[in-house]
Design a protein around this ligand. Structure first.
Ligand code: RTP
Ligand code: MG
Length: 156
């Protein structure tokens, strides 16, 4: 009986969980702040489902950032994101997308609330240390872009 109740409780806890996608950008990797940033993410209650350290090709960067094609900053963004290694992480937490966006702060580090990751580790709007998916739909699309084999896990 107790086992059954525990299983039910466990299921309930699990069902409140959601997922998000982050990228530790090349500026953070180069400065050596990547480990501090990941520690900060873990200390904020996120757990890591999967991660990759990689160098982006222009082709892959174009696919990932296709929503920004045509914007003034598009080519600068591609240059920056292909300038050095990045760390891509799939993260899990209750209310993951919204809580993660709060943790990283405004796109422009100077506008970001004091103590947020971009405020602490970012330099300017183009070199802002970290990416975070901006909605549950984007999170699902982005997680499947990098980790297609997680489909069953994140949709359950
Ligand atoms: P992200 O996608 O990286 O989490 O950033 P975001 O949602 O806060 O901002 P978004 O509008 O999606 O922009 C994507 C990334 O493009 C670069 N950017 N540069 N120079 C500029 O005015 C400018 N604006 C945006 C930033 O690296 C931004 O994170
Ligand atoms: Mg964005």
């Amino acid at each position: 009986m107790l086992t059954f109740q525990l299983k039910k409780l466990n299921h309930k806890i699990k069902s409140n969980m959601s997922y998000t996608l982050t990228i530790i950008k090349p500026d953070s990797f180069k400065s050596g702040n990547d480990q501090l940033i990941i520690s900060r993410i873990l200390d904020s209650g996120f757990s890591v489902i999967d991660m990759q350290i990689k160098m982006l090709s222009v082709d892959v960067a174009e696919q990932f950032y296709k929503e920004h094609k045509g914007k003034d900053f598009y080519f600068d963004l591609l240059n920056f994101m292909t300038s050095g290694p990045i760390i891509v992480l799939c993260l899990k937490k209750e209310n993951a997308v919204e809580d993660f966006r709060k943790l990283i702060g405004n796109t422009d580090p100077k506008e970001a609330e004091k103590g947020t990751i971009r405020n602490v580790y970012g330099t300017d709007i183009a070199h802002n240390a970290i990416h975070g998916a901006d909605s549950d739909e984007s999170a699902t699309r982005e997680i499947l872009f990098w980790f297609p084999y997680l489909e069953n896990k994140i949709k359950n």
